[in-house]
Write a protein of this length. Structure first.
Length: 493
RNA sequence: GGCGACAUAGCCAAGUGGUAAGGCAGAGGUCUGCAAAACCUCCAUUCCCCGGUUCGAAUCCGGGUGUCGCCUCCA
């Protein structure tokens, strides 16, 4: 059994074999830091996070690099509008990127290189391309000569003749390019713009060269996995390949992974259309479609319920369903924390984030792994997770509502540990402490008092009062359950 | 116009030649003063349409239709 991944380069699934056995180098295109991250970013980085977690669980040592593009027209425009600097804008949105991703339980990458830290490396790369005849200067700009690179178009599946024919609609009069398909490696500085000195005069890097330069600087000429959104296949990744491979003579990445696009109510979500929703708006209840706070884990679950290469449609109904799904899964994940001690289970062995495999081979684990090995089929993997969670949820409910002690405690313990381990691979983790916050404002004694009062009312058949108390408790997240024997149990939601 | 992806129950979704996983929602029942919760049971003779291959197809081939994406900044 081995991991297979869909490689955009070969347009099919292929077994994953790292260059160095046991080690994986992966790079994913990061954000341009001029605004808050949106649902598309969430989908994308959640996906790569799961890939990274899974590779670790599979026993690989993963070196994961994700860049921040901190030189760009959009950042510049924002800085101008705010009367501040590009660096200040970048810094702010980098910070907010981390806030958003950490809420979604996306693990930090190993390195976050920035364009501004790699100007030297970019110069070096452009210099090499120039020396090898792949680049030419024109009016202070430096362009990549696409016609010189025989493999151009291999990733995105387009021929050079197609590209030229498809250049219609673009205003070519203003560019100094020799060929419409050529693209900028270095852009000459315009007045009043930040610029770096270079052998070609002051200016700044073109859009694609940064990634080529940073990959080489941080990971080497050839990496195992390069990921990004499907919208980056062309031109961004095509151009990265052209730059890197022309310079090194080696393949840039063995496996190219691309995630599907996000839509909202069936419509494309994009910055240019202005219909995008930010991650924090969704989580904080500021999404018009679902104006209530959304548990980040439910978002994670929602994203993982679809395959990473397929389109993902955010709808009100889908988010609502994901929240219900998460309730079920959470009940399973917290089972051991809640009942383990009472059942005499050994101290919690739940694995911290990013840990490698905690459980042995079981049918559950085998099915989970088979699903994930098949191009990260998280929907299928989640079926296994839910089967485990459902069983535990059922036992939890029996314990909570009826006090029945499970007969198969040892087996249950194993199921719980397996569930926690597998869910962790998907980044799905529940926090008992956070759960117990529900009903804050009323301590156990106060709740017990109210339950007592309600019991007395019921005994006097004063159901109006009894129901009033029940409603009051429900508001603070406490559920009361009347037992057949007349006893009343309560628990926090 | 060029390139590509996808079409499975109310919704999300798995399935890649052997007779439709899983979740959500829903229905009925048990329990209950009642409601919520809980528990049990049920919930696609059928996989966009039309042909074809096959003993057998959601799964393969051909042709339609529809939706979406990329080709320009975008994860």
């Amino acid at each position: 059994m081995s991991l297979t991944l869909h490689n955009t380069l070969t347009k099919g699934k292929q077994p994953f074999t790292p260059i160095t056995p046991g080690r994986v180098t992966m790079y994913c295109c990061g954000v341009t830091v001029y605004d808050d991250c949106h649902l598309g970013h969430a989908r994308s980085y959640l996906g790569w996070d799961v890939l990274r977690r899974y590779l670790r669980w599979r026993g690989y040592v993963v070196h994961y690099v994700q860049n921040f593009t901190d030189v760009d027209d959009k950042i510049l425009n924002r800085a101008k509008a705010e009367g501040t600097t590009m660096a200040a804008v970048s810094e702010r949105y980098i910070e907010r990127y981390f806030e958003d991703m950490r809420r979604l339980n996306v693990l930090d990458a190993d390195e976050y290189p920035r364009v501004t830290e790699h100007i030297g490396a970019i110069h070096e790369l452009i210099g090499q391309l120039e020396a090898k005849g792949y680049a030419y200067g024109a009016e202070g700009d430096v362009y990549y000569q696409v016609g010189q690179f025989a493999d151009y178009g291999k990733l995105s599946g387009r021929s050079q003749s197609t590209l030229e024919a498809g250049a219609s609609g673009r205003d070519l009069a203003t560019t100094a390019k020799a060929d419409p398909a050529d693209f900028a490696l270095w852009k000459g500085a315009k007045p009043d713009e930040p610029a770096w000195d270079s052998p070609w005069g002051p200016g700044r890097p073109g859009w694609h060269i940064e990634c080529s330069a940073m990959i080489r600087a941080r990971l080497g000429a050839t990496i195992d996995i390069h990921g990004g959104g499907g919208d980056l296949v062309f031109p961004h990744h095509e151009n990265e390949i052209a730059q890197s491979q022309a310079a090194s003579g080696k393949p840039l990445a063995h496996c190219w992974l691309h995630n599907g696009m996000v839509t909202v109510n069936g419509e494309k979500m994009s910055k240019s259309l202005g219909n995008f929703t930010t991650i924090r708006d969704l989580l904080d209840g500021r999404w018009a479609e679902y104006p209530q706070p959304v548990d980040p884990m439910a978002v994670r679950l929602f994203v993982l319920q679809g395959h990473y290469r397929k389109p993902l449609d955010f709808t009100k109904a889908a988010i609502a369903a994901a929240l219900s799904n998460w309730q079920t899964l959470k009940a399973g994940l917290l089972f051991g924390d809640r009942h383990g001690a009472n059942l005499g289970w050994p101290a919690p062995t739940s694995a911290p984030s990013s840990a490698t495999r905690q459980t042995g081979e079981t049918p559950w684990v085998e099915r989970f792994q088979a699903a994930m090995d098949d191009d990260l089929n998280t929907p299928r993997a989640l079926a296994v997770v839910f089967e485990l969670a459902k069983g535990l949820q059922r036992e939890h409910n029996r314990l909570t509502h009826g006090g029945d002690t499970p007969e198969n405690s040892a087996q249950l313990c194993q199921q719980w540990q397996t569930l926690v381990d597998l869910a962790q691979v998907l980044g799905l983790e529940a926090d008992l402490m956070a759960e117990e916050q529900t009903g804050a404002g009323l301590d156990d004694g106060a709740i017990a008092d109210l339950v007592q009062q309600r019991q007395r009312a019921r005994q006097h058949r004063d159901f109006a009062t009894a129901d009033q108390i029940r409603d009051r408790l429900a508001v603070v997240g406490v559920t009361v359950v009347d037992q057949p024997d007349g006893e009343t149990r309560w628990h926090r939601q």
